[in-house]
Design a protein around this ligand. Structure first.
Ligand code: COA
Ligand code: ZN
Length: 304
């Protein structure tokens, strides 16, 4: 069976934009529910300015809370927007960071008050330091298909950035449709080209479901050979600095689709539904997966 890895970004991308701010202990509880379902990759927070994103304050406490428990070798990643974020994250014990690159200047400015090139140069510095520190780095290209300010992004630009950061030795290169603007044909074309040039091992994708094409985009990418996806429990999510961005594609939908297609995610759907219910209980706003009603009926019937 071919394995596909799902990285749940709910505790970061999902929670950063919620009206209700969760305490670090509640975020730890959500991560633990995901681990219980067999999830082995979770983005657990962000080391960003608490003034810019109040919901991510206390990411150090989340990491500390997770350090005291059974994690079965799970990879806990934290998002960072700049070198200062790297320093804060590693001082708090992070072993895996996700640094943000951009398909446009306007998004780099809105998100991190940098130009696109400044973000690239900061990422190159972080990669160098991370190698010395033994820290894993994901380089995520945000707004890889379209920017809410500057419009469509040229695939050749994204391929150029991806090629350079793979060459620099990033452990993972994530193509992110931050505002959910991509269609499956664009996704198929870009991911097939990237997989053709670099192989699938270090490339992942991150889709939002703003225009109901999230799952179709996962399908297009998996058909091109991509074997790692970000998704968010309960479909939570949205970037506070990208107007119009809605939630990530829901983890429960992605896992259900991949498993039905014959891939092995190692994740238990029943456990995932419990995590999704907890996300809803904690936030009051998790929309749930599109297949939630069916999944609940099906799991009850099969006694899982
Ligand atoms: N974490 C925490 N604090 C940070 C920081 C980080 N990664 N980077 C900078 N800061 C602090 C500075 O030390 C400074 O603190 P002070 O006011 O106590 O002196 C303050 O933030 C402002 O710093 P400045 O360099 O002037 O930055 P800014 O106000 O232009 O904000 C960012 C820049 C990057 C810190 C801020 O925009 C940010 O955190 N963005 C993240 C956005 C995000 O999370 N988006 C969603 C995920 S893609
Ligand atoms: Zn996102």
């Amino acid at each position: 069976m071919v394995s596909v890895t799902v990285n749940d970004v709910g505790p970061r991308d999902g929670l950063q934009n919620q009206p209700k701010i969760l305490a670090p202990a509640e975020r730890v509880a959500l991560v633990r529910a995901l681990l219980k379902a067999g999830m082995r990759h979770v983005e657990v927070g962000a080391f960003v300015s608490p003034k810019a994103v109040p919901a991510m304050a206390g990411a150090d406490e989340v990491l500390a809370g997770l350090a005291n428990g059974e994690d079965n070798g799970a990879v806990f990643t934290v998002l960072i927007p700049n070198y200062k974020g790297y320093e804060l994250a590693t001082a708090a014990g992070a072993k895996s960071v996700c640094m943000v690159l951009y398909g446009s200047d306007a998004m780099a400015q809105a998100n991190a008050r940098m130009s696109r090139e400044q973000a690239e140069s900061a990422t190159a510095d972080i990669l160098k330091q991370a190698r010395t520190d033994g820290v894993r780095v994901t380089s995520t290209i945000a707004v890889a298909f379209a920017c809410p300010f500057d419009g469509p992004v040229e695939p050749s630009l994204v391929e150029d950035i991806a090629g350079r950061f793979l060459e620099l030795g990033t452990d993972e290169l994530c193509i992110a449709d931050t505002i959910g603007a991509a269609n499956p044909r664009q996704v198929r074309s870009l991911t097939a080209s990237l997989v053709g040039q670099h192989g699938p091992e270090r490339i992942s994708c991150h889709f939002h479901d703003t225009r109901a094409m999230g799952l179709a985009n996962v399908f297009a990418a998996v058909e091109s050979g991509i074997r790692k996806f970000d998704a968010s429990i309960g479909g939570l999510g949205g970037c506070p600095f990208a107007p119009g961005a809605s939630g990530n594609v829901a983890t429960e939908d992605v896992v259900m689709m991949l498993e039905q297609m014959g891939f092995d995610t190692g994740i238990d759907l029943d456990g995932l539904m419990h995590a999704s219910e907890l996300a809803q209980e904690l936030t009051g706003t998790a929309p749930g997966g599109r297949a939630s009603a069916w999944l609940k009926r099906y799991l009850k019937r099969t006694g899982n």
